[in-house]
Design a protein around this ligand. Structure first.
Ligand code: TYD
Length: 201
């Protein structure tokens, strides 16, 4: 089984179980003999990992400054981690990517989504994923990390949820109900990855 949907991204609001699913799907594919590199944003390379804590600890940056730091991290992530892995023939699974910037820095921070997209395209290094999987959650009651949640509040959480839903419709992201059983979510994701691989011939 060699999926050819090589660059897969998981997106979702805080508490959607995205990182758990990245881990489960990665393990399952590896067990099937697929070479998978799992990575994350903000992060995924030395430069972006060192920016990560700086960015996440900031209470409030200027919206454009935030968008630019995210884009700069992504350029280096693509250049030094994602592109080399794809060139080696590996599948890349990223926990968050450009979709996070479109939602958090775009919709939620009030910058036009097109502008955020264009900003990220200023470097040729940034590539579009083959498949975006959105783990959608109706409400925040399942959130385990309450400190993050409380810091940003409920209105912020719902704005992110709605932003993701809007973009999923617009860009045709594969949306999964994150309230389902863990195993069922994993199965649905693997199914979509294989289906996509098949449709690419
Ligand atoms: P993290 O602690 O990794 O949260 P999660 O486990 O939910 O992924 O924090 C990542 C945070 O960074 C999250 O709140 C979304 C935000 N983010 C952006 O605002 N823009 C981006 O482009 C990316 C990649 C993340």
């Amino acid at each position: 089984m060699i999926p050819r949907s090589n660059f897969v991204v998981f997106e979702g609001v805080d508490g959607s179980g995205k990182s758990t699913q990245v881990e489960r799907v990665t393990q399952l594919l590896r067990r099937e003999g697929v070479l998978v590199m799992a990575t994350r944003e903000p992060g995924g390379c030395d430069f972006a990992e060192s920016l990560r804590s700086l960015i996440l600890d900031q209470d409030k940056l200027d919206p454009w400054a935030e968008a630019m730091v995210m884009a700069a991290s992504r350029i280096e992530h693509c250049r030094t981690t994602i592109r080399p892995a794809l060139a080696r023939g590996e599948m890349v699974i990223s926990d968050r990517y450009l979709g996070s910037s479109l939602v958090y820095q775009g919709i939620v921070n009030g910058i036009d989504v097109e502008e955020i997209y264009k900003l990220n395209q200023l470097s040729d290094e940034v590539i579009d994923p083959d498949l975006v999987i959105l783990l959608d959650l109706e409400n925040p009651r399942r959130i385990s990390d309450q400190s993050t949640f409380e810091k940003r509040g409920e209105a912020f959480w719902f704005a992110v949820r709605d932003g993701y839903r809007e973009l999923a419709k617009r860009f045709g992201w594969f949306t999964i109900d994150a309230e389902m059983e863990l195993a069922d979510i994993t199965e649905a994701i693997i199914g979509r990855i294989l289906e996509k691989a098949g449709s690419k011939g």
